[in-house]
Design a protein around this ligand. Structure first.
Ligand SMILES: Nc1ncnc2c1ncn2[C@@H]1O[C@H](COP(=O)(O)OP(=O)(O)O)[C@@H](O)[C@H]1O
Ligand SMILES: [Mg+2]
Length: 228
């Protein structure tokens, strides 16, 4: 049945970093449905970023399968994979990763620059709408260096969502923020997930951060903890 098909389906995933003899993932299976806001929790080094990077198709698994909306992503050619990554994924990082030479507005527009079918006004409207949603319209012409950490992360969130991806991958999105700004960012992710219906998968080692999600998946030492 189409409407119960998971958005993300991970089957028996292994990641071995051969040159360092590290088994970062040891048989991960999970599935995530549309609209879920999932926290991937566990101590530093347990494999959260490795898993997110594989789901983001930035890295490849050693073994196992990743199905996104039923499609085995790593069986596709490089061109299809790149298109999938640009259209269906949004990334949020601990250190924001904004481009310092671009303004807030230009940073948020980046994912749209890859879509030639959009007109200039469609592009500009989409950026304005997203800046509004994250409360950053008044900083549209600022450069990243002129923003606080919390503001930078809100801009990064706008950039991750502007092309309306199905899946948002957030790796320790509050790891570099103070408590107050961290809570604001988590609240924003939570309300975006309630409005938008995208999947949000957030890696965090913080119980407080994980509490904002609808579901917590707990990892330890490259595996999902039983019962989690
Ligand atoms: N590129 C890499 N090469 C070798 N080992 C790596 C690499 N990336 C991560 N690791 C190792 O894999 C394990 C999981 O790392 P990571 O996924 O970053 O964990 P987490 O995000 O939960 O802190 C760690 O032991 C880490 O040292
Ligand atoms: Mg990590």
């Amino acid at each position: 049945m189409a409407d119960t098909q998971p958005i993300i389906d991970v089957r028996n995933l292994y990641k071995h970093y051969g040159e360092h003899h590290v088994n970062a993932l040891k048989g991960i299976s999970l599935s995530i449905q549309a609209g879920e806001f999932v926290a991937l929790m566990g101590p530093s080094g347990c494999g959260k970023s490795t898993l997110l990077n594989i789901l983001g198709t930035i890295d490849r698994p050693t073994e196992g399968e990743v199905l996104i909306r039923g499609e085995a992503v790593f069986q596709q050619d490089e061109k299809t994979l790149t298109r999938f990554r640009r259209q269906q994924l949004g990334f949020i990082f601990q250190f924001f990763n904004l481009l310092t030479t671009l303004t807030v507005r230009e940073n948020v527009a980046l994912p749209l620059d890859l879509d030639p079918s959009l007109s200039e006004s469609e592009r500009s409207n989409a950026v304005s709408t997203m800046l509004e949603r994250v409360g950053m319209s008044h900083r549209a012409d600022f450069f990243p260096a002129q923003l606080s950490g919390g503001e930078m992360q809100r801009v990064a969130i706008a950039r991750a969502l502007v092309h309306q991806p199905h899946i948002i991958l957030a790796d320790e999105p509050t790891g570099n923020l103070d408590t107050e700004n961290g809570e604001a960012v988590l609240q924003l992710l939570k309300s975006l997930s309630q409005e938008g219906g995208q999947v949000i998968l957030m890696a965090t080692h913080s119980e407080e951060a994980a509490a904002y999600a609808n579901r917590i998946i707990r990892m330890r030492d490259g595996k999902i903890r039983p019962g989690a």
